[in-house]
Design a binder for this molecule. Structure first.
Ligand code: 48F
Length: 260
């Protein structure tokens, strides 16, 4: 076997060229999603499938958010209907326990969901933290995000971020609702109040989380556990149907709003 010879400088140049082509392209987006957990990845899948230019910024170097840890590190997660239809569509195996209730393998769930979003056309960028939003007045709305390398933040270096525009920004950052929190603190005119999530009440939480997923201020949307934080809903623990359905609900709202 003859392995193609590529010298170090060519490797460097090709990486820089390919990377900067991408960054030039996704500096302007239809939708930016913050967080590659279950709700963010599900939203990315449906938005990209509808033809919207969608970029996901994920702080860590991995996909899946809370999927990987399962429940107390056990590698199975519970899914209830109708989310099972979505998982079937993307090729996740379901182990049925009762009508409408299934266990799934967390590794397969993460991998298939991320792969479905990427194959649909979403761009996922790892190692980047969103630490602020861009806004405009008249009319008041969120118009994008500020991005910084996670590693730079971890090192505590004083480095300015770059700015990325989007017609819609989705906070899919999980329990802390980080993007909505910063917007509520730094742009009080948006009138966002964050009461925080309640203790567990799974049945109630699953239904309400999906119903209340959507726009929280012009241009800014909540998906997944960020919804429970912003709407004072109970937590649900290791049952993930609502996370997927929440991402889909927000994607559907944005698709309708952008008149597709
Ligand atoms: O926490 P996470 O999985 O959010 P989710 O989609 O799903 C919640 C469930 O996993 C679970 C649950 C369901 O029953 O309770 O917790 O609401 O994924 C959030 C992702 O966002 C990333 C974080 O690393 C994780 O992968 N993230 C958080 N803040 C930022 C961020 C940020 N400021 N910038 C970029 N990524």
């Amino acid at each position: 076997m003859n392995i193609k010879q590529v010298d170090e400088v060519k490797i460097t140049k090709y990486i820089l060229k390919a990377t900067f082509d991408d960054w030039m392209s996704f500096s302007e987006n239809d939708v930016v999603i913050v967080g590659a957990g279950p709700s963010g990845l599900a939203a990315a899948y449906y938005l990209a499938k509808a033809g919207l230019k969608t970029t996901v910024f994920e702080r860590r170097l991995s996909f899946g958010g809370g999927i990987g840890g399962g429940a107390m590190l056990f590698h199975k997660i519970i899914i209830e209907s109708p989310a099972d239809e979505i998982l079937k569509e993307i090729g996740v195996k379901l182990q049925k326990f009762e009508d409408g209730v299934f266990a799934v393998d967390s590794a397969q769930f993460m991998a298939k969901l991320a792969s479905a979003a990427i194959d649909a056309g979403a761009k996922i960028i790892h190692g980047v933290t969103v630490d602020d939003v861009i806004f405009r007045e008249n009319p008041l709305r969120v118009t994008g995000v500020a991005v910084e390398w996670t590693a730079t933040q971890m090192a505590g270096l004083h480095v300015d971020p770059l700015f990325i525009s989007a017609k819609a920004v989705i906070d899919a950052t999980g329990h802390d609702a980080e993007v909505i929190s910063v917007a509520s603190r730094k742009i009080p005119e948006l009138g966002i109040v964050i009461p925080g999530e309640k203790s567990a009440y799974s049945e109630m939480a699953e239904q309400l989380t999906v119903e209340q997923s959507g726009e929280v201020a012009p241009g800014l949307y909540a998906a997944g556990m960020a919804v429970t934080e912003v709407k004072a809903l109970p937590r649900m623990g290791p049952i993930f149907g609502a996370m997927i359905l929440s991402g889909k609900k927000v994607a559907d709202d944005i698709i309708e709003k952008l008149n597709l």
